[in-house]
Design a protein around this ligand. Structure first.
Ligand code: ADP
Length: 545
């Protein structure tokens, strides 16, 4: 027997409609690419999203067409999110920090029909335009007065496009399983792969992410996503904000400590989200200028593990709570978040920071397990570490326009490529990417654990641990270190520092000092490149078998 409840589809347009209906005068503030602050309300955002939706028809965008963006976090990007998905087309956010050939690959692979581009990325688009076979129109995200001279054909001014269309529109209703937005993984491990979110997956993720023990968002909050809108939909915040009706602050191209601090104070931001590098910049700014924040209550840190010292600094020195989250483009992205369980109120600060350095527990909706190389589940004892696999309604079940995916099992699990432990309380801790784990004589060594220890040395700025070829053990750890200026730290002193912190056989076989380490477009250590460079290091220095 079926239930007798309405079959209202979960559509992204309902979010902006709701914000207009019940939070219509709540503000969205943007640091624009042109410079000044821009302020308007959800009501105006909704009106312009409807105008843009009508305009899309005029440039030939049909349901299912992909519309690419190369854009910062701004109100115009926000309008595109809702207009494009709202009419049943796909909002394809492209990461402008990728290497240019990868951007061309992604746009061609997605067969994008149009491209919305911020002024900052004009020269990039001019360089790539000839290779973009499917892009019929290029919409420049500015007004008439700021339109740049360009040799590009088919260029349209965004403000002219919006203003020349009516705002009369009832959002179309369609199947909630329809694709809504597309985001490619940054390709740290091979060619970029497209994750195609649906309206349903987006709304379920938005509900879940907003819950009190997750982001805990409320209408009284002022929320500033620093995480880019081209990185897994800014972790869902552009959808969660209109759902809860909070004030939204979009920092545009500004992500440095001073610029963020200025916006946080002027807008009285209470909640923000970014990767550890951004927060390091803010903390350094606080230190250098003797500043703090009068409003910031919670910050989400994800994308990479924050060091415990960062969690402690936020809490102890500035009274700001860190919400440590883990996720991937493939998981919409929030998979786990670190919040205390019932009965944990007696934790000492030290116990709390130790717990918060872990990636956390799954949100309701996400199931997770760890398995060994034979697909056998491993115990959740906080010790055993294995391949982390997940499933749930906002986890992707395949990649866009790829007939096959090694990461998806027939039993319905997605293999994250991360290696983790899960403790008896359900807190997962990422110990490595599966490609980065060092397999020494069949035993696994966590490269992240070695890096964390190395970074704990006062003379080390950054460190990477990688597995390199060894004649006897197949692989052994090599540590690559960037020292502080003027440091005289030696190889032996560095290795000695590991003693007592890990079992003996985890201690790296050698140390290489370098001026800088390579990073990917998303700011992660580019270990693939390091492995290529140093693969034969131990063989060339002549290790004893
Ligand atoms: P990729 O880097 O593979 O292109 P994403 O940008 O989606 O993909 O990043 C996802 C990866 O980032 C995760 O698989 C994990 O390795 C890493 N990651 C995300 N959050 C955390 C975290 N809190 N701690 C450690 N690693 C994290």
């Amino acid at each position: 027997m079926l239930g007798l409840m309405m079959d209202t589809p979960l559509l992204i347009s309902s979010l902006i409609q709701h914000a207009d209906d019940y939070h219509g005068d709540t503000e969205i503030t943007t640091r624009t690419v042109e410079g000044p602050l821009h302020r308007y309300t959800y009501r105006e955002a909704h009106q312009r999203a409807r105008q843009l939706a009508n305009a899309l028809d005029s440039i030939g965008i049909q349901r299912g067409d992909r519309c690419a963006t190369l854009a910062w976090n701004t109100y115009r990007h926000f309008e595109i999110y809702f207009a494009v998905s709202g009419v049943g087309a796909i909002c394809h956010t492209v990461n402008p920090r990728l290497f240019a050939p990868q951007i061309a690959y992604i746009i061609n692979h997605a067969e994008d029909a149009c491209l919305f581009v911020d002024l900052s990325f004009m020269s990039l688009v001019e360089e790539l335009a000839e290779q973009l076979a499917t892009v019929k129109s290029i919409v420049i995200l500015t007004d008439h007065a700021n339109m740049p001279p360009t040799p590009l054909a088919n260029v349209i001014c965004y403000e002219d496009l919006v203003h020349s269309h009516s705002d009369v529109l009832d959002w179309p209703q369609f199947d909630e399983h329809t694709g809504s937005s597309l985001c490619y993984t940054s390709g740290t491990t091979g060619n970029p792969k497209g994750v195609l979110y649906s309206h349903r997956s987006t709304l379920l993720h938005t509900y879940a992410a907003s819950l009190p023990d997750n982001f805990g968002l409320a209408a009284r909050d002022t929320v500033m996503p620093v995480v880019p809108m081209y990185h897994a939909n800014a972790w869902g915040i552009p959808y969660a904000a209109p759902m809860v009706g909070c004030k939204l602050v979009l920092p545009g191209p500004v992500t440095d400590g001073a610029g963020l601090h200025h916006l946080i104070e002027s807008e009285q931001v209470t909640f923000s989200a970014a990767v550890p590098t951004v927060w390091l910049g803010l903390l350094q700014y606080f230190d250098a200028c003797g500043q703090t924040s009068s409003s910031l209550e919670r910050v989400v840190i994800g994308g990479a593990a924050p060091p415990r010292s960062m969690i402690e600094a936020f809490a102890e020195r500035f009274g700001i709570q860190v919400l440590h989250a883990w996720g991937m483009t493939e998981t919409s992205p929030i998979g786990t978040i670190n919040r205390p369980r019932h009965g944990m109120s007696e934790e000492t600060p030290a116990q709390r920071y130790q717990r918060e350095a872990k990636q956390g527990r799954p949100l309701f909706g996400v199931r997770m397990r760890i398995i060994d190389d034979q697909n056998q589940p491993l115990p959740h004892d906080g010790e055993s570490f294995g391949n982390l696999t997940v499933q749930g309604p906002w986890v992707c079940r395949g990649y866009f326009n790829e007939p096959h995916s090694d990461a998806h099992s027939e039993a319905g699990w997605f293999s994250t490529g991360d290696v983790a432990t899960i403790d008896p309380q359900g807190y997962a801790q990422i110990t490595d990417r599966s490609k980065d784990v060092i397999k020494s004589g069949g035993e696994w060594i966590s490269s992240i654990a070695l890096e964390n220890i190395a970074i704990g040395h006062p003379e080390v700025v950054e460190a990477a641990a990688i597995g390199v070829t060894h004649p006897k053990w197949a692989e052994r750890p090599l540590l690559i270190v960037v020292r502080r200026d003027q440091s005289t730290l030696t190889r032996d002193e560095m290795l000695h520092y590991f003693e007592g912190q890990v079992v003996k056989w985890w201690i790296p076989d050698d140390v290489v000092f370098v001026d800088q380490l390579p990073h990917t477009a998303t700011g992660k250590l580019f270990k693939l490149k390091l492995r290529e460079t140093y693969r034969n290091h131990l063989l060339t220095i002549g290790v004893a078998p």
